[in-house]
Design a protein around this ligand. Structure first.
Ligand code: EPU
Length: 436
């Protein structure tokens, strides 16, 4: 596995970054749209696709199933019409949790799917019990053997059912929504996740013949039918709201002027609300956010705020790490409560290495004492524990005085395209060192 590092020359508290950054398509939307191509009787074109490692991995998984794919300049074309197996590749599936969303379309189309029991990952155990329970409700038989699940729809076809999710699950909602598209009769999903990525995929499927009602609310109804047809109608990937929020936090801490373009500020309302409460001044447009005359030196004018991660439209867990980095620079104390995952504070080791004052109260709650003067320590490198923590660590390294080394940049590459190039364009001194 590629294991590059970033060498970052810190700004030492000076807000010298300036310029414009445009936001890429959302990986967490396009991965689901790619999985949905299994539901189609013709080729699907996806546009504004970020060139990230997870997208490449989803391409490989689909290719192993027999799909024909071309990926050129942010456009991916997928022909899933002649898939020759519904057994998902074990190694690829185990290396990307999002591959589990393929089980819905595959089971719904072929009446059978085989996929590996997913392992835990750096941010927690991440079980799939809710998927399994739902498939059983839709008339499927589930056999777990030798670390793989074989799921078979009785009579070769899933049956519509009423499914209540005990926990709001993004992947579960998307997967069962897609399973319902080719199932017999009506599927009703209750206590659904309401993330905008779900709405984006549902709207596209509806434009191609699906009958999905209620995406973006807590109840979704799907009337099953035949294979969908794109008829040349492309899926346009929505802007990545987590990338938007991460650049906004980076701008507040490291830039005097930063314009974030091609984004949808309405999708990060909770983040904007908290940052405004903390004293970050910004102008919000329909598709841009601008920080102007933010000062040239980081001072203690930002106020501490408490944060609790929550399902959409609450504060996203995927912005928790950048937010904690921000809170290490505010006046006073903040408490951050992580309600989605039980293992998502590991990255605070990086902040502590740089001099932040953070107390872990319990695996889900931390106390941050603000106003930390961050400084790199010779001989100590920082780790990207997951992609979101990776971006947060880059922000912390930029804030710090001195040069920092960030390891495992592969994690950052999973979700962000050319982060170093985009930061360099804003004036950051960041270089990638390739490690083979
Ligand atoms: N859960 C269960 N059982 C299940 C399914 C989920 O207990 O069968 C639990 C999970 O363990 C977690 C909670 O439910 O504690 C919510 O998980 P969810 O299913 O919503 O997460 P996901 O679909 O696996 C997506 C994003 C994550 C993001 C979460 C929450 C993708 C590919 N991933 O994951 O994004 O954190 O929703 O918003 O869409 C990332 O991009 O860095 C990332 C981790």
């Amino acid at each position: 596995m590629k294991n590059d590092t970033f060498i970052i020359e810190g700004l030492g508290g000076k807000k010298t970054l300036n310029g414009e950054v445009s936001i890429n398509g959302a990986k967490n939307a396009v991965l689901k749209a790619m999985a949905a191509t299994v539901l189609f009787s013709d080729t699907v074109k996806l546009e504004n696709v970020p060139d990230t490692e997870d997208v490449k991995k989803m391409n490989s998984i689909l290719e192993k199933l027999g799909a024909k794919i071309s990926h050129l300049d942010h456009t991916v074309t997928i022909d899933s019409t002649k898939l020759n197996t519904s057994d998902i590749d074990v190694d690829l599936a185990q290396s990307m949790r999002a591959s589990v969303v393929l089980t819905g379309p595959l089971l719904s189309r072929f009446g059978k799917v085989v996929f590996p029991v997913p392992g835990g990952c750096v941010i927690g155990t991440r079980p799939i019990d809710l998927f399994i329970e739902a498939y059983k409700k839709m008339g499927a038989e589930v056999v777990q053997d030798n670390d793989a699940y074989t799921i078979t729809a009785k009579g070769g076809k899933l049956k519509g059912a009423e499914i209540f999710f005990n926990i709001q699950t993004v992947g579960g909602t998307e997967t069962l929504m897609m399973a319902g598209v080719l199932a017999e009769g009506k599927t009703v999903l209750k206590n659904c996740a309401m993330e905008p990525e779900i709405v984006s995929v549902a709207e596209y499927l509806n434009s191609c013949g699906a009958q999905i009602k209620g995406a973006g609310t807590s109840t979704i109804e799907i009337i099953g039918g035949g294979l969908l047809q794109s008829k040349g109608n492309s899926y346009i990937t929505m802007p990545d709201r987590i990338e938007t929020g991460s650049f906004l936090i980076l701008g507040a801490l490291c830039a005097n002027n930063l314009k974030i373009t091609k984004c949808n500020p309405a999708h990060i309302e909770s983040t904007i609300h908290l940052l405004k409460e903390a004293g970050v001044d910004m102008t919000i447009g329909k598709d841009f956010i601008e920080i102007k005359n933010n000062g040239v030196v980081l001072n203690s004018s930002f106020k501490s705020v408490n944060v609790r991660t929550h399902e959409y439209p609450g504060f996203p867990t995927d912005l928790q790490a950048p937010m904690v980095t921000f809170l290490s620079q505010t006046t006073g104390e903040s408490i951050v409560l992580e309600t989605i995952y039980e293992g998502r504070f590991k990255f605070t080791d990086n902040l502590k290495k740089l001099g932040a004052d953070i107390t872990i109260m319990n695996p889900r709650e931390i106390l941050i004492h603000g106003n930390a003067e961050l400084k790199s320590v010779t001989g100590e490198s920082l780790e990207s524990y997951d992609l979101r923590a990776g971006f947060a660590t880059v922000i912390a390294a930029l804030l710090a005085k001195g040069t920092s080394v960030v390891n495992n940049v592969y994690y950052i590459d999973r979700g962000y395209e050319n982060l170093e190039g985009r930061l360099s364009a804003l004036g950051a001194k960041i270089v990638r060192k390739s490690v083979c």
